[in-house]
Design a protein around this ligand. Structure first.
Ligand code: FAD
Length: 379
């Protein structure tokens, strides 16, 4: 592995914080630059006029870790990275400072109302086809989707009422994204964070690389990393895909697993975040519009969630949030590196599912940090 390097990182979102944490632990000097005003999230409902202020998509994400369900939108290679990431999140969360973020792997549920069985069966057929591939079998610790009868569903999640059809996706889970972003920031001991610093270019240079800042400075480092997400449009053909989520306060909701409702027009999910908080998401709109959540999305997402969780009738709407998922033309992730310049982008709708495995691969191939293997190695 490389001796200690001074690494400049552009972007302190999900990937940036994970890289800072990992590189600091590997003994490198890390300098972080982000256009956001500080390390905390800015939710759109708290600052509806803040459409121009960048805030990481990592904060907005519901934190579903769904290698099986994502087969509906992604290739089996994404699922393979996802299984690796779930194993890595377990180790990473165990090594983060207290209070540790909520991370749970007890499977997730797919639900469909009687009238939507046709649409559900088409989605399930796509997942089953992927599960039958050798690539899947080599990477997956589970057999794939399991149908549930009403009694088993009631035993697993007594608070769910209404859907006629249910399936368990074993091995899937969720993570508290806001708490994990905070813990990676405080856990990256020794990293220096520079907020309100927009980076215009990340470039390879003589024996290292440079960050060109909007204030005119050009800073040189032994190595540079570009993880600006949608903010990297000058370097990569990345686009933003709008997503809207709703945070609900619902004391005693009782839900312990993420739930996905199959529906002809939406992929609605409900993810528990604490004993009283739930996240309902998410729209997926091909637009870089960061304006506040539309009435249509809010009504449709909440009505669908309420149709399977009647306790939501008395929930309070804590906030509505919007962000852009960074996606490349093929919707697949990209890891690109030269001797001292690394770019990772295009994590699209599965950044939390992919980030640990991609960071591990990238740091191993650059030689800047070894694979993250077990809890013991990380502790
Ligand atoms: C509504 C929604 C729901 C989602 N749900 C899930 C989910 O359930 N599961 C899942 O796995 N994934 C989910 N995702 C996807 C996940 O959030 C993203 O894939 C992930 O956050 C991408 O990480 P990133 O580090 O590339 O980008 P980001 O997290 O967006 O971070 C980019 C950072 O770069 C900074 N930046 C931008 N431009 C500049 C610049 N010029 N100079 C300096 N800094 C800059 C930004 O301020 C930001 O901090 C969801 C996303 C959205 C929007």
């Amino acid at each position: 592995m490389a001796s200690s390097l001074c690494v400049g990182i552009a972007g302190a979102g999900l990937l940036g914080r994970l890289l800072a944490w990992r590189l600091a632990r590997a003994g490198h000097a890390v300098q972080m630059f982000d256009a956001a005003a500080g390390p905390e999230p800015v939710f759109r409902s708290q600052a509806p006029d803040a459409g121009h202020v960048p805030t990481a998509a990592g904060f907005t994400a519901a934190g579903m870790l769904s290698p099986i369900a994502e087969l509906d939108n992604a290739e089996p290679a994404v699922a393979a990275l996802g299984w690796r990431s779930i194993a890595l999140w377990r180790s990473i969360v165990a090594a983060l400072p207290e209070p540790r973020p909520l991370f749970s792997v007890q499977g997730s549920l797919l639900l469909a109302h009687r009238a939507d069985l046709g649409a559900a069966q088409r989605v399930l057929a796509r997942m089953q086809a992927a599960v039958a591939t050798p690539e899947w079998r080599a990477a997956s610790p589970t057999e794939g989707v399991q149908p549930l009868d009403a009694a088993t569903l009631r035993a697993l999640e007594p608070s769910i009422q209404g859907p006629a059809h249910a399936w368990l996706l074993p091995g899937e889970g969720f993570i508290d994204t806001v708490a994990t972003m905070a813990a990676l920031y405080s856990g990256a001991v020794g990293a220096d964070w520079h907020w309100g610093r927009r980076v215009l270019a990340v470039e390879a240079g003589e024996g290292g690389g440079t960050l060109r800042l909007a204030d005119g400075r050009v800073l040189a480092f032994d190595a540079v990393i570009d993880v600006r997400g949608v903010g990297a449009q000058a370097a990569l053909p990345v686009r933003g895909v709008r997503g809207e989520v709703i945070t609900l306060d619902c004391p005693g909701h009782g839900l312990t697993r993420p739930v996905r409702l199959l529906h002809p027009r939406h992929r609605v999910y409900v993810v528990p975040r604490s004993a009283r908080q739930l996240i309902v998401g998410a729209s997926e709109i091909e637009s870089e519009d960061r304006s506040p959540v539309s009435l249509r999305s809010a009504v449709e997402l909440m009505a669908a969630a309420h149709s399977v969780l009647s306790a939501l009738a008395e929930a309070r709407i804590e906030r509505l949030d919007v962000n852009l998922r960074p996606a490349l033309p093929d919707n697949n992730p990209l890891v690109e590196h030269g001797a001292r310049l690394l770019r990772i982008n295009g994590l699209f709708r599965h950044g939390w599912l992919l980030a640990p495995a991609l960071v591990e691969q990238a740091l191993r191939s650059t030689g800047w940090a070894p694979a993250m293997n077990t809890e013991q190695e990380l502790a």
